[in-house]
Design a protein around this ligand. Structure first.
Ligand SMILES: C[S@@+](CC[C@H](N)C(=O)[O-])C[C@H]1O[C@@H](n2cnc3c(N)ncnc32)[C@H](O)[C@@H]1O
Length: 253
Protein backbone atom coordinates (compact mmCIF):
# COMPACT_ATOMS: atom_id res chain seq x y z
CA UNK A 1 0.00 0.00 0.00
CA UNK A 2 1.24 3.47 -0.86
CA UNK A 3 1.64 5.67 2.20
CA UNK A 4 1.36 9.18 0.87
CA UNK A 5 2.81 11.71 3.31
CA UNK A 6 1.68 15.32 3.18
CA UNK A 7 3.69 18.09 4.82
CA UNK A 8 1.44 20.49 6.69
CA UNK A 9 1.94 23.25 9.21
CA UNK A 10 0.99 22.42 12.81
CA UNK A 11 1.47 24.99 15.53
CA UNK A 12 3.83 26.86 13.24
CA UNK A 13 5.93 23.75 12.53
CA UNK A 14 6.14 21.47 9.53
CA UNK A 15 4.76 18.03 10.31
CA UNK A 16 3.75 15.03 8.24
CA UNK A 17 0.18 13.88 7.88
CA UNK A 18 -0.72 10.60 6.20
CA UNK A 19 -2.94 10.82 3.14
CA UNK A 20 -5.79 9.09 4.99
CA UNK A 21 -5.85 11.98 7.48
CA UNK A 22 -4.22 10.11 10.36
CA UNK A 23 -1.20 11.78 11.89
CA UNK A 24 2.25 10.29 11.58
CA UNK A 25 4.12 9.50 14.76
CA UNK A 26 6.32 12.53 14.27
CA UNK A 27 3.27 14.78 13.90
CA UNK A 28 1.77 13.44 17.13
CA UNK A 29 5.02 14.03 18.99
CA UNK A 30 5.58 17.50 17.54
CA UNK A 31 1.99 18.47 18.34
CA UNK A 32 2.92 18.12 22.03
CA UNK A 33 6.04 20.33 21.83
CA UNK A 34 7.92 21.51 23.78
CA UNK A 35 9.14 18.39 25.61
CA UNK A 36 11.29 18.54 28.74
CA UNK A 37 12.13 14.83 28.56
CA UNK A 38 14.27 13.79 25.64
CA UNK A 39 13.29 10.30 24.53
CA UNK A 40 13.49 8.26 21.36
CA UNK A 41 9.92 7.29 20.57
CA UNK A 42 9.52 5.12 17.50
CA UNK A 43 12.69 6.62 16.04
CA UNK A 44 11.67 10.21 16.77
CA UNK A 45 13.60 12.30 19.31
CA UNK A 46 11.29 14.34 21.53
CA UNK A 47 13.66 17.10 22.70
CA UNK A 48 16.78 17.04 20.51
CA UNK A 49 17.73 20.62 21.45
CA UNK A 50 17.36 20.27 25.22
CA UNK A 51 19.40 22.93 27.02
CA UNK A 52 20.79 20.27 29.40
CA UNK A 53 21.74 17.84 26.62
CA UNK A 54 20.32 14.30 26.56
CA UNK A 55 18.12 14.83 29.59
CA UNK A 56 17.20 12.93 31.68
CA UNK A 57 19.09 9.99 30.16
CA UNK A 58 22.44 11.18 31.57
CA UNK A 59 20.85 11.63 35.02
CA UNK A 60 19.34 8.15 34.81
CA UNK A 61 22.76 6.67 33.98
CA UNK A 62 24.04 7.94 37.34
CA UNK A 63 21.00 6.71 39.27
CA UNK A 64 20.28 3.42 37.52
CA UNK A 65 23.05 1.34 39.13
CA UNK A 66 22.05 2.44 42.63
CA UNK A 67 18.50 1.05 42.32
CA UNK A 68 17.45 -2.61 42.29
CA UNK A 69 17.67 -4.05 38.76
CA UNK A 70 14.50 -6.05 39.32
CA UNK A 71 11.38 -4.25 40.50
CA UNK A 72 9.10 -7.25 40.01
CA UNK A 73 6.09 -7.13 42.29
CA UNK A 74 6.84 -3.62 43.50
CA UNK A 75 4.87 -0.42 43.20
CA UNK A 76 6.24 2.96 42.14
CA UNK A 77 4.91 6.50 42.44
CA UNK A 78 6.58 9.05 40.15
CA UNK A 79 5.74 12.53 41.47
CA UNK A 80 6.12 15.22 38.82
CA UNK A 81 6.47 12.48 36.22
CA UNK A 82 6.58 14.92 33.30
CA UNK A 83 6.71 12.91 30.04
CA UNK A 84 7.29 9.71 31.98
CA UNK A 85 10.96 8.93 31.34
CA UNK A 86 11.55 7.52 34.84
CA UNK A 87 8.11 5.86 35.01
CA UNK A 88 8.90 3.94 31.83
CA UNK A 89 12.33 2.91 33.17
CA UNK A 90 10.66 1.52 36.29
CA UNK A 91 8.26 -0.45 34.09
CA UNK A 92 11.25 -1.75 32.12
CA UNK A 93 12.61 -3.03 35.44
CA UNK A 94 9.46 -5.04 35.92
CA UNK A 95 7.53 -2.87 38.40
CA UNK A 96 4.09 -4.33 38.90
CA UNK A 97 2.45 -0.92 39.00
CA UNK A 98 3.74 2.57 38.18
CA UNK A 99 1.63 5.62 38.88
CA UNK A 100 2.84 8.94 37.48
CA UNK A 101 1.32 12.14 38.77
CA UNK A 102 1.91 15.66 37.55
CA UNK A 103 0.11 18.96 37.99
CA UNK A 104 0.54 19.85 34.29
CA UNK A 105 -1.91 18.07 31.94
CA UNK A 106 0.22 18.85 28.88
CA UNK A 107 3.10 16.83 30.29
CA UNK A 108 0.70 14.01 31.12
CA UNK A 109 -0.42 13.94 27.47
CA UNK A 110 3.24 13.52 26.52
CA UNK A 111 3.57 10.70 29.07
CA UNK A 112 0.45 8.99 27.72
CA UNK A 113 1.85 9.12 24.19
CA UNK A 114 5.26 7.83 25.34
CA UNK A 115 3.56 4.92 27.14
CA UNK A 116 1.46 4.15 24.07
CA UNK A 117 4.43 4.14 21.71
CA UNK A 118 6.66 2.08 23.99
CA UNK A 119 3.82 -0.31 24.85
CA UNK A 120 4.58 0.03 28.56
CA UNK A 121 1.65 0.37 30.91
CA UNK A 122 1.81 3.24 33.36
CA UNK A 123 -1.08 4.90 35.16
CA UNK A 124 -1.18 8.66 34.89
CA UNK A 125 -3.10 11.12 36.97
CA UNK A 126 -3.31 14.90 37.09
CA UNK A 127 -2.54 15.62 40.70
CA UNK A 128 -0.43 17.94 42.81
CA UNK A 129 2.14 16.59 45.23
CA UNK A 130 0.20 18.37 47.96
CA UNK A 131 -2.68 15.93 47.36
CA UNK A 132 -0.72 12.64 47.66
CA UNK A 133 -2.72 11.82 50.78
CA UNK A 134 -5.81 11.49 48.58
CA UNK A 135 -4.23 8.44 46.91
CA UNK A 136 -4.85 6.54 50.15
CA UNK A 137 -1.90 4.21 49.55
CA UNK A 138 1.85 4.08 49.92
CA UNK A 139 4.39 2.85 47.37
CA UNK A 140 7.55 0.74 47.59
CA UNK A 141 9.48 3.39 45.69
CA UNK A 142 8.66 7.07 45.31
CA UNK A 143 10.50 9.17 42.76
CA UNK A 144 10.56 12.88 43.53
CA UNK A 145 12.88 14.12 40.84
CA UNK A 146 13.32 17.77 39.97
CA UNK A 147 10.17 18.99 41.72
CA UNK A 148 11.19 20.28 45.17
CA UNK A 149 12.49 23.64 43.94
CA UNK A 150 9.33 24.21 41.89
CA UNK A 151 7.23 24.32 45.03
CA UNK A 152 6.25 27.29 47.14
CA UNK A 153 6.00 24.95 50.12
CA UNK A 154 8.83 22.41 49.74
CA UNK A 155 8.99 21.18 53.33
CA UNK A 156 5.24 20.65 53.42
CA UNK A 157 5.55 18.50 50.30
CA UNK A 158 8.30 16.36 51.86
CA UNK A 159 6.25 15.95 55.04
CA UNK A 160 3.21 14.82 53.02
CA UNK A 161 5.29 12.41 50.92
CA UNK A 162 6.82 10.94 54.08
CA UNK A 163 3.50 10.62 55.89
CA UNK A 164 1.38 9.28 53.03
CA UNK A 165 3.34 8.01 50.05
CA UNK A 166 6.62 6.24 50.90
CA UNK A 167 6.53 2.66 52.14
CA UNK A 168 10.24 2.03 51.66
CA UNK A 169 12.46 4.13 49.36
CA UNK A 170 12.36 7.78 48.31
CA UNK A 171 14.59 9.05 45.51
CA UNK A 172 14.78 12.83 45.62
CA UNK A 173 16.66 14.94 43.10
CA UNK A 174 16.90 18.69 43.45
CA UNK A 175 18.54 21.59 41.67
CA UNK A 176 21.23 22.83 44.05
CA UNK A 177 23.39 25.91 44.10
CA UNK A 178 25.94 27.31 46.51
CA UNK A 179 28.46 25.62 48.78
CA UNK A 180 28.28 21.83 48.94
CA UNK A 181 31.02 21.17 51.50
CA UNK A 182 30.52 19.13 54.67
CA UNK A 183 28.37 20.58 57.40
CA UNK A 184 27.55 19.19 60.84
CA UNK A 185 24.53 20.80 62.48
CA UNK A 186 24.65 21.45 66.20
CA UNK A 187 21.81 20.14 68.34
CA UNK A 188 21.07 23.68 69.39
CA UNK A 189 22.32 27.22 68.77
CA UNK A 190 22.32 30.00 71.34
CA UNK A 191 20.13 33.01 70.59
CA UNK A 192 23.14 35.25 69.94
CA UNK A 193 24.76 32.82 67.46
CA UNK A 194 25.98 34.65 64.35
CA UNK A 195 28.76 32.53 62.77
CA UNK A 196 26.25 29.92 61.55
CA UNK A 197 24.73 32.50 59.25
CA UNK A 198 28.09 33.31 57.68
CA UNK A 199 28.98 29.67 56.91
CA UNK A 200 28.45 29.08 53.21
CA UNK A 201 28.03 25.30 53.66
CA UNK A 202 25.33 25.69 56.34
CA UNK A 203 21.81 24.78 55.17
CA UNK A 204 20.53 27.59 52.97
CA UNK A 205 17.70 27.99 50.53
CA UNK A 206 17.45 30.99 48.27
CA UNK A 207 14.00 32.37 47.55
CA UNK A 208 13.57 33.43 43.93
CA UNK A 209 10.96 36.13 43.83
CA UNK A 210 10.75 36.46 40.06
CA UNK A 211 12.36 33.92 37.76
CA UNK A 212 15.34 31.57 37.53
CA UNK A 213 16.39 30.09 34.16
CA UNK A 214 13.38 31.86 32.61
CA UNK A 215 11.09 29.77 34.80
CA UNK A 216 8.91 31.64 37.31
CA UNK A 217 8.07 28.33 39.06
CA UNK A 218 11.63 27.94 40.37
CA UNK A 219 10.77 29.26 43.82
CA UNK A 220 13.46 27.93 46.14
CA UNK A 221 17.02 26.88 45.36
CA UNK A 222 18.74 25.10 48.24
CA UNK A 223 22.34 24.10 48.79
CA UNK A 224 23.27 20.46 49.43
CA UNK A 225 23.20 20.71 53.24
CA UNK A 226 19.71 22.18 53.06
CA UNK A 227 18.29 19.37 50.91
CA UNK A 228 19.83 16.77 53.22
CA UNK A 229 18.56 18.53 56.35
CA UNK A 230 15.03 18.87 54.96
CA UNK A 231 14.95 15.19 54.01
CA UNK A 232 16.08 14.17 57.51
CA UNK A 233 13.62 16.58 59.08
CA UNK A 234 10.80 14.98 57.05
CA UNK A 235 11.71 11.55 58.46
CA UNK A 236 14.15 10.09 55.94
CA UNK A 237 17.56 8.51 56.35
CA UNK A 238 19.83 9.31 53.41
CA UNK A 239 21.49 6.04 52.37
CA UNK A 240 23.18 6.91 49.07
CA UNK A 241 24.04 9.86 46.87
CA UNK A 242 24.72 8.44 43.40
CA UNK A 243 25.05 12.01 42.11
CA UNK A 244 25.66 15.30 43.89
CA UNK A 245 21.96 16.20 43.71
CA UNK A 246 20.33 12.74 43.97
CA UNK A 247 19.40 11.38 47.41
CA UNK A 248 18.29 7.77 47.92
CA UNK A 249 16.49 7.63 51.25
CA UNK A 250 14.61 5.22 53.45
CA UNK A 251 11.87 6.09 55.88
CA UNK A 252 13.40 6.35 59.33
CA UNK A 253 12.00 3.62 61.58
C1 LIG B 1 11.84 19.95 36.21
S1 LIG B 1 10.44 18.93 35.86
C2 LIG B 1 11.07 17.36 36.42
C3 LIG B 1 10.43 16.23 35.69
C4 LIG B 1 10.94 14.84 36.04
N1 LIG B 1 10.53 14.41 37.35
C5 LIG B 1 12.44 14.79 35.91
O1 LIG B 1 13.15 14.72 36.90
O2 LIG B 1 12.93 14.82 34.80
C6 LIG B 1 9.29 19.34 37.14
C7 LIG B 1 7.97 18.62 37.00
O3 LIG B 1 7.23 18.80 38.21
C8 LIG B 1 5.89 19.09 37.87
N2 LIG B 1 5.29 19.81 39.00
C9 LIG B 1 5.48 21.09 39.38
N3 LIG B 1 4.77 21.38 40.46
C10 LIG B 1 4.10 20.24 40.80
C11 LIG B 1 3.20 19.91 41.83
N4 LIG B 1 2.81 20.81 42.74
N5 LIG B 1 2.73 18.65 41.90
C12 LIG B 1 3.10 17.73 40.96
N6 LIG B 1 3.94 18.00 39.95
C13 LIG B 1 4.45 19.24 39.88
C14 LIG B 1 6.00 19.90 36.59
O4 LIG B 1 4.79 19.94 35.88
C15 LIG B 1 7.09 19.16 35.87
O5 LIG B 1 6.61 18.09 35.11
Amino acid sequence: MLNLVLTVMWAGKEVNTMADGSSSLEARIRALDPWFHNMWLGGVETAPDHFLGDYPAFKWQRLAGALPADFSGRTVLDIGCNAGFYSLEMKRRGAERVLGIDSDPRYLRQAALAAEITGLQVELREMSVYDVGQLGESFDLVLFMGVLYHLRHPLLALDLISEHAVRDILVCQCLQRGESGPFEAAKNYPFHETTLFRQAAAPRMQFIEHSFADDPTNWWIPNAACVAAMLRSAGFNIEQKPDEDIYICRRAA
